[in-house]
Design a protein around this ligand. Structure first.
Ligand SMILES: [Zn+2]
Length: 352
């Protein structure tokens, strides 16, 4: 998790118009309608020039922003339910099939939480498949916020939650226009970030209230479901994108890391997909690796103010699990980089 390189990139501030005024309820509706309109008529690929794929990073950012209009997406809240409905609708517009897994999770403290995993499938008839995973919930607490009095309130989760979903909706738009070379499953998992992360990661009793959706999916999926490989996409919207090779991924599915980083290199994205390795990060890939599936984590854990690095222990610079995780920290350019890699992986795939 300790980063060394600081990419020398300009700080890109996306359009803030909707979010800045979205506290006003009627305008929140407007922000949703704007996103709905965009969802119905995504921009033509290649606008702005220099696009490497048909993925549209600008749309991905708008889809990330649209979720913030629902507020925090903490399981059991209205915002959570509305955001889940919104994802289902966006996927029904784009994917070949959409399956919704619903269940009630009982926390360690005995609380009952409504949960939903959403699985959007492209070319479901194919046995050769790639599984992409992102979490759509947001954390109920701001554990690392510099303001101790504000730590009990839920975070907005622009990067930690909304960025991965924004990526997936824009990816689904591209896959609808051009069907992939293999079957693609986009899995939106719930409850990744609800409770406390405890060590060891293998202790599923202590870690009962995190990775809830991925643990449930792995527990209930058919034994016959064996995707060729999988990737978790998490916190990939940071305007200062720096993705290291995550420890559990390198140990558990090194050939998938090689494949993903190889595609990034071919696209000219070495400065964002870095060759250094971080320590293991507890994320949604862990239950899949434990089950024997080849799933890695693509995550930019170094989420620091103004692109700094190694800020995890510094509340004045860290954005992760704080109220500073807002839309102005994201950029369409970063989402474009990650989207290009994600789309290329499934459109130019030839053999294992
Ligand atoms: Zn988180």
């Amino acid at each position: 998790m300790q980063a060394n390189n600081i990419p020398a990139r300009p700080f890109v501030v996306p359009s803030l118009a909707c979010v800045a005024i979205a506290k006003d309820p009627p305008v929140r509706v407007f922000a949703c309608l704007l996103a709905l309109a965009l969802s119905a008529c995504d921009r033509l690929p290649g606008f702005g020039g220099g696009a490497k794929t048909t993925f549209d990073g600008d749309s991905a950012l708008v889809f990330a922003q649209a979720q913030l209009a629902f507020g925090a997406r903490v399981p059991g809240t209205t915002g959570h339910r509305q955001a889940g409905d919104w994802i289902v609708e966006r996927m029904r517009e784009r994917a070949d099939t959409v399956e919704v897994q619903e269940w009630t999770h009982v926390t360690r403290g005995g609380r009952q939480l409504p949960m939903r995993n959403i699985l959007a499938r492209f070319r479901p008839e194919l046995t050769e498949r790639v599984l992409y995973i992102t979490h759509w919930d947001t954390r109920p607490t701001a554990d690392s916020d510099r303001n101790l009095g504000a730590r009990g309130r839920p975070i907005l989760g622009a990067n930690d939650g909304a960025s991965g979903v924004g990526l997936f909706v824009a990816l689904a738009s591209a896959l609808r226009r051009t069907p992939p070379a293999v079957g693609v499953d986009l899995l939106f998992v719930d409850g990744e970030d609800y409770g406390a992360f405890e060590t060891p990661v293998e202790d599923t009793t202590r870690n009962r209230d995190v990775l809830i959706g991925s643990q449930y999916f792995v527990r209930t999926m058919a034994d016959s479901y064996r995707p060729m490989f999988g990737v978790v996409w998490d916190m990939i919207g940071d305007a200062f994108l720096q993705i290291y090779q995550e420890g559990h991924s390198v140990r558990g599915a090194p050939e998938v890391v090689t494949r993903v980083w190889g595609v990034a290199r071919e696209l000219g994205y070495d400065e964002y997909f870095l060759s250094q390795t971080t320590g293991g990060i507890t994320d949604d890939h862990v239950p899949f690796l434990r089950k024997g599936l080849r799933v890695i984590d693509v995550i930019d854990i170094d989420y620091c103010l103004d692109g700094g690095t190694a800020c995890g222990g510094d509340p004045s610079r860290n954005l992760h699990h704080t109220h500073e995780d807002t839309i102005d920290k994201l950029s369409a350019e970063s989402l474009q980089v990650v989207g290009d890699v994600a789309l290329t992986l499934v459109t130019k795939l030839a053999g294992p």
